[in-house]
Ligand binder design. Structure first.
Ligand SMILES: [Fe+2]
Ligand SMILES: [Fe+2]
Length: 281
């Protein structure tokens, strides 16, 4: 059966290899490869340390998972302050992604994943380091940062997918956390639709009857993050799912007008030096 999260036409196994192959092509990608090797090492250490404590492992992964979206927004906010950049869709979608990851984190907390002080200490310190690393990477090359995040989200998808396959029957007997019910089935699902940039709004409405449904939906969320991160790698292509509803060609006043942008901090500075009016628009 085609799972809802089958985002690479069933070719999950090849994705990891494609990630590495692509990175070996140029020095630029080789730098990314070093970061990937570092990331994979961290993941392997965490997976080994937390082999028998799944909720604590997921708590740590989710604490780290929302960091890139905050880092993207931080850098874009800085560019906006200097008048170098203004594209509302990116900020909206990244905030919605961060909001989704925050709810994954709240679910893991309700499941007791943060019960140990040491787990919180470890997660928070990795998150701080990861934040500054992502800010630097995103300022130098948004494409590299988005590609890196796509690989991280793919890892998250695989982690949950394996967990569901291993423990699905047990999970079906357990109740869903309250926060999961309210997030996935609550009244206002605007932000839930907003982070899924490859879908039309209102096309995914989860049912949450037990813990199995919760993990299935978290896994599918990770697949949607992957698609959004992939879309972001083509400059200027990201559109808010709600923004797609308006027709720019007809001067719809509800549509955001495409405005100034740049690709990384070097390009931003170059453009502002070449055309000082950019920062006053
Ligand atoms: Fe997540
Ligand atoms: Fe994620």
């Amino acid at each position: 059966m085609g799972l809802p999260g089958m985002f690479y036409q069933g070719n999950h196994v090849g994705f990891q290899q494609r990630c590495y192959k692509r990175m070996k092509r140029k020095w630029f990608w080789r730098n990314l490869l070093h970061l990937r090797v570092f990331l994979d090492s961290v993941i392997k250490i965490l997976d080994t340390l937390y082999l028998d404590r799944n909720h604590a492992r997921f708590f740590i992964l989710e604490t780290i998972a929302r960091v890139p979206y905050f880092a993207f927004i931080s850098v874009l906010h800085l560019y906006e302050s200097f008048g170098w950049w203004r594209r509302a869709d990116y900020v909206k979608v990244h905030f919605a992604e961060s909001w989704n990851e925050m709810h994954h984190l709240l679910i893991m907390e309700e499941l007791g994943g943060n019960a140990w002080w040491f787990d919180q200490f470890l997660a928070q310190h990795i998150a701080v380091f990861y934040y500054f690393m992502t800010v630097l990477m995103y300022a130098l090359s948004p494409r590299m940062a988005y590609h890196f995040s796509e690989c991280v989200e793919h890892h998250a998808y695989e982690t949950y997918d394996k967990f569901i396959k291993d423990q699905g029957e047990e999970l079906k007997k357990l109740p869903a956390p309250k926060i999961a019910e309210s997030y996935y089935t609550g009244g206002d699902l605007y932000l839930f639709d907003e982070f899924q940039s490859s879908r039309e709004p209102n096309t995914r409405r989860p049912k949450i009857d037990n813990l199995y449904d919760v993990f299935m939906n978290i896994r599918d969320d990770e697949a949607e993050h992957c698609k959004t991160m992939k879309a972001c790698q083509t400059h200027g292509s990201l559109r808010s799912p709600h923004g797609k509803l308006c027709d720019e060609s007809e001067d719809d006043p509800g549509c955001p007008v495409p405005q100034t942008d740049c690709v990384g901090i070097v390009d931003c500075i170059k453009k502002s030096v070449a055309d000082p009016q950019v920062s006053r628009r």
